[in-house]
Design a protein around this ligand. Structure first.
Ligand code: ADP
Ligand code: MG
Length: 223
């Protein structure tokens, strides 16, 4: 089984006085096709872990091998390029562009690929179909329910066929029934072979994963 994420002594200390050891050096491997959840109290370091995994933050120690590529010594540009190719992000706050329709939000995520607009719209149509939102393509985010917005955000995250889908509290702003539909969608994507890393502070959500990482005071361990 191929390894998607390989943290070798990866840690992150935010500088300052006092400095914050947000992520203690940890060794973590996540394999292709796994569904891993990350649980822990607020402020424990979950988002830091995910942001390092997503190449948004550079660790202050250790080596991070992503899909066989040692990211430790890469330039900012190379990190951004690898991030765009390999990683999809889903956040609690959706982060959709408010003045763009659902389909434009998804199509814009593929701008960097250089694909022309027609191709991007075709891919975005397919992705919105995949998340069950074909009928809401032309809607602005404000006209969508929270669950629909999150599904658009998932479609956007999938638009570039990522190796790894990173979700930071994706159901944190949703009611229980809506959360269930989003979690079912993630289950389906996992069944289709996608590798998922999902943060939650909800034990019920965390139980959806095949394996669970626990984060406490910056210490990451398999639970
Ligand atoms: P969680 O997602 O589990 O709530 P975070 O990873 O966001 O936790 O934060 C872990 C710790 O790192 C917290 O103590 C937080 O205050 C601190 N932290 C997060 N971001 C920064 C930053 N940019 N600078 C300094 N400290 C930070
Ligand atoms: Mg967080």
């Amino acid at each position: 089984m191929s390894t998607v994420l390989d943290f070798q002594g990866v840690g992150l200390t935010y500088p300052g006085s006092p400095s914050v050891e947000a992520l203690q050096p940890c060794d973590v491997k996540i394999h292709a096709g796994e569904y891993v959840t990350v649980i822990g109290p607020s402020g424990s370091g979950k988002s830091t872990f995910l942001n390092v995994a997503g190449l948004l933050d550079r660790p202050t120690g250790g080596r991070y091998i992503l899909n066989g590529i040692d990211t430790s010594e890469l330039s900012k540009t190379d990190r951004a390029s690898i991030r765009a190719h390999f990683i999809g992000f889903v956040f609690q706050e959706f982060h959709l562009l408010p003045h763009r329709t659902a389909i434009e939000n998804v199509a814009l995520a593929q701008l960097y690929t250089g694909a022309n607009r027609r191709k991007r719209i075709a891919a975005a149509t397919e992705m919105l179909d995949r998340v069950g939102l074909s009928h809401r393509k032309e809607a602005l985010p404000a006209k969508l329910s929270g669950g629909e917005r999150q599904r658009v955000a998932i479609a956007r995250a999938l638009a570039n066929a990522p190796q790894l889908l990173l979700c930071d509290e994706p159901t944190g702003n949703l009611d229980t029934a809506t959360s269930a539909t989003v979690l079912e969608l993630l289950d389906e994507l996992h069944a289709d072979g996608l590798t998922i890393l999902l943060i939650t502070h909800d034990p019920e959500v965390s139980a959806r994963g095949e394996r669970t990482l626990q984060v406490r005071d910056g210490v990451v361990s398999w639970s």
